[in-house]
Design a protein around this ligand. Structure first.
Ligand SMILES: [Zn+2]
Length: 213
């Protein structure tokens, strides 16, 4: 009998069992409770970053959080240490941090992104993010976001018949007029002109020429 009851409880708590989350741990995370720092680490699936409970980074969505007993486990699961709370005890190299950020942009360019939201997600100040990113990538984070979106738009233009307004939406620029203006600034053509000239061509992507802004 006891076994049956236990199994039912397991089913009910399936989601919690898989993530390792408990109410106690969740409270520790949302209150940045440093008393739990040697007890567990938490990783956020959407950012690929893991933290100490005390980290002052913004509170993630609970369903995106995974719990790890130690930093090694989180690293083995391909999470990267947070730049702010340094869960491995070592400073995260700037190169790795910038890789973290570019990967996030590559996956989330459809979302609303700004220097501020990126810096919250990637756990650094906007100023530091801007400077470090530019030094390593040669372009600012905002330029990189634009470049990613324009390159994605080029794929739509030359390999699909998707309408311009729908492309603008699909690449995270729901304001079509702004999308057209930016596209022309970056490529020299309007999206319609670009499609007429290049449809079906295996054209290489736009290379960002640096900061023209
Ligand atoms: Zn952190």
């Amino acid at each position: 009998m006891a076994e049956v009851i236990e199994m039912e409880n397991k089913d009910a708590n399936q989601a919690n069992v898989e993530s390792g989350m408990t109410d106690e741990k969740w409270q520790a995370i949302i209150h940045n409770d440093e008393n739990y720092n040697d007890q567990f680490f938490y990783a956020v699936k959407t950012t690929g970053i893991f933290c100490r409970p005390s980290c002052k980074s913004r509170v993630p969505k609970k369903e995106n959080v995974l719990i790890f007993q130690n930093a090694h486990q989180a690293l083995s699961a391909n999470f990267r240490p947070c730049k702010r709370c340094k869960p491995t005890g070592e400073r995260l190299p700037d190169d790795d941090w910038v890789t973290q950020i570019t990967e996030y942009i590559d996956k989330n360019y459809i979302e609303k992104l700004s220097l501020e939201t990126l810096s919250e997600i990637c756990h650094g100040s906007p100023y530091h993010l801007h400077r470090t990113f530019k030094r390593i990538k040669g372009v600012t984070p905002v330029e990189y976001i634009q470049q990613t979106r324009i390159n994605k738009a080029i794929e739509y233009l030359i390999y699909s018949h998707t309408a311009i307004a729908d492309i603008a939406h699909a690449v995270g620029m729901p304001n079509t007029a702004y999308f057209i203006t930016l596209f022309k600034k970056k490529t020299g053509y309007t999206p319609t002109e670009y499609r007429l000239l290049n449809f079906g061509n295996n054209t290489s992507e736009v290379k960002n020429s640096g900061s023209q802004d």
